[in-house]
Design a binder for this molecule. Structure first.
Ligand code: PLP
Length: 480
């Protein structure tokens, strides 16, 4: 299968698309067509997570051998997860797909734990002589998940930029305490959109890339602009569907809705890919926090990032430029020229209009800070604790209302945002994580994951902060 750039300039094999991360014309790689995965499964309930991952990834990553893929999958989905990769939790009439049992307690672990293996395999396959340097902007969770996945992987380097004042205390500490000889972690003076744009500029800086190339390095991306991040996320939509079937939540062939707390549009796009490969998905509810640029886009067909930027209690969704939306637009219109024009007007004037046929595929909704907080309180009363991102999804779902069965994608452990969660359930404390552990124990929820509880004993190893304009210099200083 071929991958093509949303901006029309490039064609690539799956492994090459993973290696490059972003196409040379600045576009994102997309599959030329969607393989029929669902129809080929014998009985979806008979597959375990690894087996489903193989069925889905082998349909998309056609130049990986069966052996290579199985090795990647087996290395990724092992005991780095605390039990099941994606358990489904029923709370009253609601279902939550818990995607936070990986190394860093957020859903990005699911894709990032396999990305290093895919990258290394792709590097070999393409005879890459340079050492891959993973360059990543993070709104808080990608950074740590990528660091944990790539730290001390021989022959790789990883550089992470995060908004110095735009991530939670736990998220920051997680990154700043990262060990490993091959890692660089730098805070930037700006928000996530600045970090993301800065990283894209580095990818597009030909002179810098030539210097790096000469010194034996090749930049690649661990952000969800990399198709190797997106595809592994398709798997848990299938897995959720299988669990719903097994437990009698739905019957065979019945459509299932998903509500996804959204920032960069990667997670929900993976759900849409699942639907395009035949999984019986009904509505995909795209939940935004107060930075509701996507909600406005889906209701008005105008994308406009010219608006106040809010720092919210769900920082991983504080995003005004949702990169992966470009893929959705391309799939809708199939016209790379139009995408170039839209992205041009986004970078010039911060907005564009895009009309597409209305279907109920993706429905925008949002929840403000008060609504999200109230949702944490309400779910707590029912014996379960959710994090602020999941809470945005829950509150946004309630506004849209039920139509058939729905699964809320639970993207982070509440312990990662313990202060906010304690405040929402009226449990102020000096030590929020300890406090939350006690509460959770009282209602039968799990205690804090080790990754979080051991943080306070770890030394800070990275405290660099730079201006947005100096990001390229930081990369060069680290490598050259
Ligand atoms: C990254 C993240 C999101 C947003 O996911 P996208 O794929 O960027 O839309 C939501 N919640 C949490 C906890 C995250 O880390």
């Amino acid at each position: 299968m071929d991958y093509i750039s949303t901006r029309g300039g490039a064609k690539a094999t799956p492994s090459y698309a993973i290696l490059k991360g972003i196409a040379p014309d600045g576009g994102l790689y997309v599959p030329r067509e969607f393989p029929a995965v669902f129809d080929k499964l014998r009985d979806i309930c008979a597959y375990d997570y690894q087996e489903l991952a193989f069925e889905i990834l082998s349909a998309f990553l056609t130049d990986f051998t069966e052996d290579e893929l199985k090795r990647c999958i087996a290395s990724a989905y092992t005991d780095t997860f605390d039990g099941d990769v994606a358990p489904l939790r029923k709370v009253g009439e609601d279902y939550f797909l818990e995607l936070f049992h990986g190394r860093t307690a957020a859903f990005k672990d699911v894709a990032l734990s396999i990305l290093p293996y895919l990258t290394m395999t792709a590097a070999e396959k393409n005879g890459l002589r340079e050492e891959p340097v993973i360059l990543t902007a993070t709104s808080g969770d990608t950074g740590k998940a990528a660091l944990a996945a790539f730290a001390d992987v021989p022959g790789t380097f990883i550089v992470v930029f995060f908004p110095e004042d735009g991530v939670s205390d736990v998220q920051k500490l997680q990154m700043q305490t990262q060990q490993g000889k091959n890692v660089l972690v730098v805070g930037i003076d700006g928000n996530f959109d600045h970090a993301q744009s800065g990283v894209k500029a580095i990818f597009g800086d030909e002179a810098l890339n030539a210097r790096l190339h000469k010194a034996g390095y090749a930049l690649t991306s661990a952000n969800s602009i990399n198709i190797g991040r997106l595809l592994p996320q398709v798997v848990y939509y299938y897995y959720a569907y299988a669990q719903m079937l097994k437990t009698g939540g739905i019957s065979a062939g019945e459509k299932l809705d998903f509500t996804v707390p959204t920032g960069n549009f990667g997670n929900i796009l993976a759900g849409w890919y699942a639907k395009r490969t035949g999984l019986p998905v009904g509505r995909l509810i795209c939940a935004s926090n107060s930075n509701k640029v996507l909600y406005d886009f889906f209701s008005t067909r105008t994308y406009d990032k010219n608006r106040p930027f809010y720092k919210t209690a769900s920082p991983s969704m504080d995003i005004l430029i949702s990169s992966n939306l470009e893929r959705f637009l391309y799939h809708k219109c199939g016209d790379a020229g139009q995408i170039r024009r839209l992205m041009g007007s986004l970078s010039d004037g911060g907005k564009y209009d895009f009309d597409f046929e209305s279907d109920s595929d993706i429905i925008g909704s949002f929840a403000d800070e008060a609504e999200a907080r109230a949702a944490i309180g309400k779910i707590y009363e029912r014996g379960y604790i959710i994090d602020p991102h999941t809470a945005v999804a829950y509150a946004a779902y309630e506004k849209v209302g039920a139509s058939g069965k729905n699964v809320i994608i639970a993207t982070a452990s509440p312990y990662k945002f313990a202060d906010e969660v304690c405040a929402a359930i009226g449990a102020d404390s000096d030590d929020a994580i300890e406090q939350l552990s006690e509460l959770a124990e009282a209602i039968g929820n799990a205690r804090a994951p080790k990754a979080i509880s051991e943080l306070k004993n770890k030394p800070v190893l990275h405290s660099r902060v730079c201006a947005v304009g100096d990001m390229a210099g930081e990369v060069e200083g680290f490598l050259l």
